[in-house]
Design a binder for this molecule. Structure first.
Ligand code: IMP
Ligand code: MG
Length: 197
């Protein structure tokens, strides 16, 4: 799905398909060099990172193991604000002891998710844990996260596309965009009406 397909929902595009491809290609070239001869495990955080992982893993020139985790940074609530309470929904199905891990993330907001995940994988005995995040809302960081492979720094706006959702929608948009504010309002109103009826 492209911006043109949902033009009436979109306020503006923030990162184009081409910019995403360029960044992923540059990052993949670095990663391929850095992990040459090592047995790299890419860990993607579902669901938001599924597109980034697919693109990055195809762009690297070394064989990699691919694993998924599902964690929730705001369990049980539909909101555009994320908090520090993290819940594992689906754990890794493999041992990480002695492994070189690259966490693939869609976006860093407060930083709590990555801060928690890096520490958790280190405590399980990984040989190294590095991070690639496609987008970074730098002004919103509340905890420090060391990001070896940085993505695009974006302003403090809620974005959708390339894996990122609003209320489980728009993940299949092929670029990164900001929705019109009435998209959020409409849905929040519908949810409230649903509760009362
Ligand atoms: P953090 O723990 O605050 O860094 O939050 C990171 C997670 O919040 C991301 O992996 C996303 O799932 C979600 N998130 C943060 N900002 C956005 C956004 O603008 N659009 C969609 N999801 C977001
Ligand atoms: Mg995420």
């Amino acid at each position: 799905m492209r911006i043109a397909d949902i033009q009436s929902h979109i306020d503006h595009e923030l990162v184009s398909k081409q910019q995403i491809e360029d960044l992923i290609q540059r990052t993949a070239t670095r990663i391929s060099g850095d992990y040459q001869g090592k047995n790299l495990m890419m860990v993607a955080v579902l669901k938001g990172a599924f597109n980034t992982l697919a693109a990055l893993s195809q762009a690297v020139t070394i064989p990699v193991q691919i694993e998924f985790m599902s964690i929730s940074s705001y369990p049980g609530r539909k909101t555009t604000v994320s908090e520090g309470d993290i819940e594992i929904r689906m754990d890794l199905g493999c041992d990480v002891r002695g492994r070189h891990i690259l966490i693939v993330e869609d976006i860093i907001d407060s930083g709590y998710t990555l801060h928690w995940l890096v520490n958790m994988l280190r405590s399980r005995g990984a040989a190294s844990v590095e991070v690639f995040a496609l987008l970074d809302k730098k002004v919103r960081h509340e905890v420090e996260v060391e990001v070896k492979y940085p993505g695009y720094v974006i302003p403090d706006e809620f974005v959708v596309g390339f894996g990122l959702d609003y209320d489980e929608r728009y993940r299949n948009l092929d670029s990164i965009a900001v929705l019109k504010s009435d998209e959020y309002l409409d849905q929040e109103q519908n949810q409230n009406q649903g509760k009362h009826s």
